[in-house]
Write a protein that binds this ligand. Structure first.
Ligand code: ZN
Ligand code: ZN
Length: 296
């Protein structure tokens, strides 16, 4: 399995000279299974360049799309995803909850008010899989869990037939005020032993308590979850739009210190555009990968 980050920003894209190293596109992650099936997690603005890459490789097999929730940073790239305009492309819309069934059926972003092309006018073939249990996708099984986020969000775990796995948990507040959809213990069980935990880490300790209840987690909470889940690697994801490259470098240094002290076997990454991780070997992660670099 191979994971590539095409967008790592939460809330709003944040392009510009101060974010050029980590990237300003909103969230989108590509997962390639052992059998080369393509799964796309979220459709933020990063999905535009993924579409270009799929076109460049003349990708022909179905593209499987899972959306965590309908907040705009997770869907706003979809009208600019080239494969939706390609008639011989099949895009499978995977709904795992009532909320996601409604979201895909309404397709608000293609309501002509938000974008000029209606969903029914898109040339691609769309298939809907509306199943609230596990989804079988190519060589993998995709499971889901409800997250702590205003309006709800769904996290996913992809287990490939070769034994590798990733978890994608965003947007999620690990210590929310009030009722929880999932406790940290339930989330740790869901992510148990995964090769790579990708988790919302929008905030640092100084952001609290002002941003408690906003639906996102603090870096240290995410590192502790990864340790408790015995994940092999964690990727801090969904960065605050105001977090510039220097601030994200500081988070990377903080995470390295934290893991040395509390979880020496855990490898911590700060997600950035172009980061590619082969989850069968998270000890030797391809941290040098950049956008445009050839796949290996
Ligand atoms: Zn978000
Ligand atoms: Zn959200």
């Amino acid at each position: 399995m191979r994971v590539r980050f095409w967008g790592v920003r939460g809330s709003l894209p944040s392009p510009g000279p101060s974010t050029v190293r980590y990237g300003g596109n909103s969230v989108c992650v590509e997962v390639r299974l052992a059998d080369d099936t393509c799964i796309v997690l979220d459709a933020g603005t990063g999905i535009r360049q993924l579409g270009n890459a799929l076109a460049a490789e003349a990708h022909r097999t179905p593209i499987h799309l899972f959306i965590t929730h309908g907040h705009w940073d997770h869907i706003m790239g979809l009208p600019f995803f080239g494969p939706v305009y390609t008639p011989d492309t099949t895009i499978v819309l995977h709904a795992t909850t009532e909320r996601s069934v409604r979201g895909f059926r309404k397709a608000d972003i293609f309501d002509v008010a938000h974008f000029p092309v209606a969903f029914t006018e898109l040339p691609a073939r769309f298939q809907r899989v509306e199943e609230f249990g596990n989804h079988r996708v190519g060589s993998a099984t995709v499971r889901h869990i409800e997250l702590n986020h205003p309006g709800g969000a769904t996290g996913f775990r992809v287990d490939d037939a070769d034994g590798t796995s990733i978890c994608y948990l965003t947007d999620n507040e690990l210590d929310p005020p009030g009722e929880r959809a999932s406790t940290p213990e339930q989330l740790a069980r869901f992510a148990a032993g995964t090769d790579l935990l990708i988790h919302d880490a929008q905030y640092v300790a100084d952001d609290m308590p002002a941003k408690r209840g906003w639906g996102h987690s603090v870096v240290d909470q995410v590192l502790a979850l990864a340790r408790d889940a015995e994940a092999r690697a964690v990727a801090l994801h969904h960065h605050d739009p105001d977090r510039d490259d220097a601030a994200l470098d500081a988070i990377a240094e903080h995470a390295a210190r934290w893991t040395r002290a509390h979880a020496p076997a855990l490898r911590a990454h700060v997600a950035r555009e172009g980061l590619t991780i082969a989850s069968h070997d998270s000890r030797d992660l391809a941290t040098a990968a950049t956008i445009g670099a050839p796949r290996s």
